[in-house]
Design a protein around this ligand. Structure first.
Ligand SMILES: Cc1cc2nc3c(=O)[nH]c(=O)nc-3n(C[C@H](O)[C@H](O)[C@H](O)COP(=O)(O)OP(=O)(O)OC[C@H]3O[C@@H](n4cnc5c(N)ncnc54)[C@H](O)[C@@H]3O)c2cc1C
Length: 491
């Protein structure tokens, strides 16, 4: 399961898509936590604190490509539209016009109602550079603060208990145990107020379990002394499976040759460094689209989405092969994703060594809804490519995908899906928040670990459900909201 083990975490290595999800997603957060501060409307100031909308690198006219009224110019983390036109852009929207129906233009999928086809927004600066939490929140003006110290290459093993009279478990956790390298000595640091775990969807539950916070029976079985019985730690792991579908196309104006021709790459790299322009300022696709499955599926399996304005499916394009291309040919790829899945996995441990790898079981496609939804995503993709706009452009399907059609029977589609589905790296939910009085969940709506004192979790592990979107913008929104909670508690 890919994650960025680096300053800035996965935001330093991710695909930079900026997608907030639907208003329903956050209203569901508020409903399950019985706390309205997590609703879409109440999160808007925090989304705005995070986002700094910037013009795209090529300065093109963006009228009609986004809705300025739902964006912020004053936040920390740069967001912009693609700053390099792709040759497929006109066909992408012509097909939408030709097809109609579920293929509707959406001026701004970040307005709370994401369904339809829109221009992709990314965490890229107006200079065409990645905006990550390392380049934004740890930019020099913040990193110079006297009250901020960063220990590079430190790996946390556990949080350590002290006795507390005011917590229901009898413990506070204000000491962090860590090592500077895996063979080095274990060191400790104490917090006077509280410890905040932000080690991500795998790292945070891993540290909690190592520390004796988890399912007491499971911890006892492997020889870890259980201190706080929270069976939900590591459970509820939710990811969005995706498939990259590759097509050979009748064009040489794709990004494929950049990966094959070193002198061409040198040329565009020089252009990028000199002018901040060219193909390297953007990702390979400038659009994104979201759909709901047919109601027959939700009638049959139940609806895992957050509401009627929330997508189950995403389709995104790329003007070339995804990753290093084969030696010949030019490509279009269309990614299909189940963004509101029903399957749930887990993170567990089987060792008392805190640095041993945790066991990650994503249980992809185990819920029947998910495979049926991916079938539907593939059929929507074929419907999309049947628009006259694509006539003469798409030559054939490529690889394991060659013989799949919209009319393929379910068992053939299922085989293709099972052989090709992969993680979107949008994993959430392993230290989920729940209502204060709920008998499940890991953190309360203030993101404090239940039953203990002095310990919060603030990262993508606290999502109770995956948002129907890529997960960095929601993680930033949660983190900004949490920062205000911490200030309220101590200032
Ligand atoms: C390849 C990839 C592509 C993605 N593409 C997109 C995209 O295009 N758009 C989007 O919205 N989202 C995308 N995501 C998802 C998004 O980046 C994550 O949801 C988001 O970064 C999660 O933030 P986080 O703070 O929860 O965890 P992370 O960003 O993973 O940060 C966790 C941090 O904790 C550190 N850590 C972990 N364990 C320990 C430990 N024991 N001790 C010390 N430090 C530790 C890690 O080094 C890391 O710095 C992608 C993710 C990946 C990996």
């Amino acid at each position: 399961m890919i994650r960025g083990f680096v300053l800035g975490g996965s935001s330093s290595v991710n695909g930079m898509f900026y997608t907030r999800g639907s208003a329903d997603d956050y209203d569901r957060f508020a409903a399950v936590t019985k706390d309205d501060k997590w609703s879409w409307d109440n999160l808007q100031p925090y989304i705005a604190k995070n986002e700094k909308w910037e013009p795209p690198a090529d300065g093109h006219n963006t009228t009609g490509q986004f809705n300025p009224s739902v964006h912020s110019l004053t936040g920390v983390n740069a967001v912009s539209l693609g700053g390099f036109p792709q040759s497929i852009d006109p066909m992408m929207f012509k097909a939408v016009d030709e097809l109609g129906g579920i293929f509707q233009f959406n001026e701004d999928y970040n307005s709370g109602t994401p369904l339809g086809f829109g221009w992709l927004q990314s965490t890229i600066t107006t200079e065409g550079r990645r905006s990550s939490s390392a380049t934004s929140y740890l930019a020099s003006k913040y990193i110079e603060r006297k009250n901020l110290d960063i220990l590079l290459n430190a790996r946390v093993s556990r949080v350590l208990p002290s006795l507390s009279k005011s917590s229901s478990s009898g413990y506070a956790f204000r000491t962090v145990e860590f090592a500077q390298d895996l063979d080095g000595p274990l060191l400790q640091v104490n917090a006077s107020k509280e410890v905040i775990l932000s080690a991500g969807v795998i790292g945070s539950p891993h540290i909690l379990l190592n520390s004796g916070i988890g399912d007491s029976d499971e911890l006892s079985e492997i020889g870890i002394k259980p201190l706080v019985n929270l069976p939900s730690v590591g459970k509820n792991l939710t990811d969005q499976v995706s498939i990259i579908n590759e097509f050979l196309v009748n064009s040489t104006r794709t990004v494929d040759d950049l990966f094959r021709n070193v002198s061409l790459l040198d040329e565009v790299y020089t252009e990028f460094n000199k002018t901040g322009m060219g193909p390297l300022v953007a990702t390979a696709g400038n659009q994104i689209s979201f759909f709901r499955v047919n109601e027959s599926l939700t009638n049959l399996f139940g609806d895992p989405s957050a509401g009627k304005n929330s997508p189950h499916l995403e389709m995104f394009p790329g003007n070339g092969f995804f990753g290093p291309p084969p030696p010949t040919g030019h490509f279009l790829h269309l990614g299909t994703v189940v963004v509101s899945p029903a399957s749930r996995g887990s993170v567990t441990i089987n060792s008392t060594d805190p640095f041993a790898n945790p066991l990650i079981d994503p249980r992809y496609l185990t819920a029947p809804f998910d495979i049926a939804a991916m079938r539907e995503a593939l059929r929507i993709m074929f419907q999309y490519l049947s628009a006259p706009a694509w006539d003469g452009y798409v030559l054939s399907q490529f690889g394991g995908f060659a013989n799949i059609t919209a009319a393929s029977p379910d068992n053939i589609l299922d085989e293709y899906i099972r052989n090709n589905a992969e993680s979107s790296a949008h994993v959430v939910g392993t230290a989920a928040m729940s209502a204060k009085d709920a008998d499940y969940g890991v953190v309360d709506p203030d993101l404090r670990v239940k039953g203990v004192e002095g310990l919060r979790v603030i990262d993508s592990s606290v999502f109770p459900f995956v948002t129907s979107a890529h997960t960095q913008a929601p993680t930033y929104a949660i983190a900004e909201r949490a920062a205000a909670l911490i200030k309220d508690a101590w200032m």
